[in-house]
Design a protein around this ligand. Sequence first.
Ligand code: ADP
Ligand code: TRP
Length: 321
Amino acid sequence: MRILTGIQPSGTPHIGNYFGAIRTTVDLQSKGESFLFIADYHALTTSPEPAKLRGNIMTLALDYLACGLDTEKTIFFRQSDVPQVCELTWYLNCVTSVGLLERAHSYKDKIAHNFVPNNGLFSYPVLMAADILIYQSNLVPVGKDQKQHLEIARDIAIRFNTLYNENIFTIPEGYIPDAVAVVPGTDGQKMSKSYNNTIPIFGAEKAIRKAVMNIVTDCTPMEEPKDPDKCNVVALYKLLATPAELEQMKENYRAGNYGYGHAKQALFERLWSFFEPMRKRRAELAENLDFVRDLLKRNAEKAAVEAEKTLKKVRLAVGID
Ligand code: ADP
Ligand code: TRP
């Protein structure tokens, strides 16, 4: 079984990204033949500043490698290092109706927010379909927001196979893990870069401590008992602590004489130790950026072999061979 997913390089990762996405990807890599790529072509649809994009690509590579991505198990590469995907996008564009793309929620949503779309944004799902189909992927793990894009990829694959040859593309299945809970941010809403409520995975101790100390709590005095089930600090601690440690914290809340400051300190210590091995690995990798660049390149070469196999069939099918 071939498992493939892409991630947009969008900046500093937070613990919501870790528990909601990174960990799942790392866990899935032993379940099949795994492909993971940095979707830098897709990132261009929102016109990022070039230096920023370059930085975000390396950040993402370092973050995933530090968090346990194993390139013995996963082909990890940069989308743009396999430009064959653009050629396939064109063939797919020519069998995709404008109406199908006009129905994409994420496109409609951007328009509704007065975003002036470029054609790249409009045909974003076709490039995503090419990403998936070029590697003959069976399973595509994605977040809920990408469900429709995956359905579009399936529609395009079925249409192409029907028009030309049933055996060209594997029809991919989406995998949307629903067990992943939403990680709350420091203000209790969903943790998200857009809400400015994140706790970064990597960064200076001071900045992470500050983010933890900023978690919003009520103003019950230190001496009084507190409800652990209504507290953001406990909700975050739950992700990191053992069941016994969590129970101890809950007991402390109910007993009183335990302030939110104490709980935040315990959370910070747990966070700091949980990510310590990853932080160390990341620091080592950051000293060896050429090694990381080279790794991505070598992996892209492996991916390109698979991409070429598919393209050969497609060119022949459409009459451009
Ligand atoms: P952000 O909302 O910070 O911009 P992204 O949209 O880039 O995050 O999310 C990248 C991945 O991380 C997605 O798969 C998403 O489902 C997951 N993710 C982001 N925030 C959370 C969260 N608070 N809880 C669980 N998963 C999350
Ligand atoms: N659109 C996806 C996102 O923003 C990223 C992506 C690009 C992707 N190509 C893909 C995901 C192919 C899965 C398969 O999250």
